[in-house]
Design a protein around this ligand. Structure first.
Ligand code: PLP
Length: 404
């Protein structure tokens, strides 16, 4: 299994398909999923790929083919999942701030649903009573995650029903006989510390007695992957053992088996993806040399939105002398991919690879500055295939209506 694509292969793919270009390595996705499976082999755990991170249907099909289930954050993602062949019971829809009609639509698809507001829970209870099992998304008031924008469980977060409103939840459940099959808590993304997940488990431990029909406890996603050398990662092996203990304790206390669910996004696809850009211009300034590339925040917004660090390498001059560069995009705002990066000598026309671009890369891309969205290529069994065409001019006009 080839876990990292070589500079040579990436250059040859870039020469074939042009740049900017997203390239994904299916083997890496498989390897990450197998890591999870082996770490949790002794606990009753299911994994739902958080497909908001990357929804190309070929990626979804690959996820399906390796036996992973899927988590959606909109009903359209659920439609995509069903479109590629996931069975409804393997599709989870964890909603946030949605109109009730979307819940009704999801229910019509027969998929698993986590409800995240009291008002939707009430509407659900009134309309469906006990007839359709659901999960409840809770906000535990735990601060976790790599930065505030990706922290979702703290006491000022919009996500989930605040834990202090559990009495209101129980009242609605009782009044409408709602079938609560699961509890859900996602505290954030890029959580290094296993203890955060175990704090969530403690919250669940206390809540379980209130929900006699519970079957699963969903701890969301958020496993931290490596963005640079010596990065501190979530210790999946330790987490697997802790979850095993937690489920064992629950079973002992309640004489009933429960299942843990997780919704990994980045863990499965972040490291599988590369954004390949061409260097358009070099500009020498007082303190640095700018390497201006033919992509920008319109294609990979994470560095600008979250100050996310993405490793960058000059893949077309791997033997060049190491020099310092600031890698910038071509958008009309400051879109810096990396400041003072040590790269092999960069020449105009070189290809730079931006790593960890699989998750929330293409998926958050736009046509800002009327630039085309990049093409996407999947490498599977050593073979590179185009899985999305680069936009063309007609894509910029699509859906626009001429009235003048
Ligand atoms: N589950 C939920 C509810 C989320 O909001 C997210 C990320 O936003 C995820 C799962 C996936 O997180 P990650 O990509 O960090 O694993």
């Amino acid at each position: 299994m080839q876990q990292e694509l070589s500079a040579e292969l990436l250059c040859s793919i870039a020469n074939t398909y042009g740049t900017p270009l997203y390239v994904y390595n299916a083997d890496k996705i498989t390897a990450q999923f197998r890591n999870l499976q082996s770490a949790f082999v002794n606990s009753n755990t299911r994994f739902f790929y958080a497909c908001k991170s990357l929804t190309n249907i070929n990626i979804l099909k690959h996820i399906l083919s390796i036996g992973c289930s899927i988590d959606c954050s909109s009903v359209n993602e659920a439609h995509l999942a069903l479109h590629v062949g996931f069975k409804p019971e393997n599709v989870l829809y964890t909603s946030n701030g949605i109109d009730f009609t979307e819940i009704e639509e999801a229910l019509g698809l027969g998929i698993n649903i986590n409800i995240d507001s009291l008002s939707n829970l009430e509407k659900f209870g009134k309309k469906y009573g006990h007839s359709y099992p659901v999960g409840i998304r809770l906000r535990p008031n735990i601060m976790a995650g790599g930065n505030l924008k990706i922290s979702t469980g703290h006491s000022n977060s919009k996500f989930g029903i605040p834990i202090e409103q559990v009495d209101e939840i129980l009242q609605l459940v009782q009044e409408h006989q709602i079938f609560i099959r699961g509890l859900h808590i996602h505290t954030g993304s890029e959580i290094k510390d296993v203890s955060v997940f175990m704090k969530v488990a403690e919250v669940f431990f206390d809540l379980v007695p209130h929900f006699p029909e519970l079957e699963f406890l969903d701890l969301g996603g958020g496993f931290k992957v490596a963005y640079k050398e010596r990065d501190h990662l979530t210790d999946i092996a330790v987490l697997g053992k802790e979850i095993e203990k937690f489920l064992g304790n629950l079973e002992m206390k309640h004489q009933k088996k429960f299942q843990c669910w997780f919704e990994p996004g980045k863990y499965l696809v972040s490291e599988s993806g590369y954004l390949i850009a061409k260097v358009n211009v070099l500009k020498t300034s007082q303190d640095t040399v700018f390497a201006g590339v033919n992509t920008g925040l319109n294609h990979l917004i994470r560095p600008m939105m979250y100050d996310a660090f993405h490793r960058i390498a000059n893949i077309s001059n791997p033997e060049g002398e190491i020099k310092t560069y600031t890698v910038t995009g071509n958008i009309c705002e400051t879109d810096t991919f990396g400041t003072d990066r040590h790269l092999h000598e960069v020449r105009e026309g070189d290809f730079l690879a931006i790593y960890n671009a699989g998750a929330y890369g293409f998926e958050m891309s736009s046509n800002y500055n009327a630039r085309y969205k990049p093409a996407e290529v999947l490498v599977l069994d050593g073979k590179a295939s185009l899985i999305r065409k680069r936009d063309e001019f007609s894509d910029l006009l699509r859906n626009q209506i001429t009235v003048l």
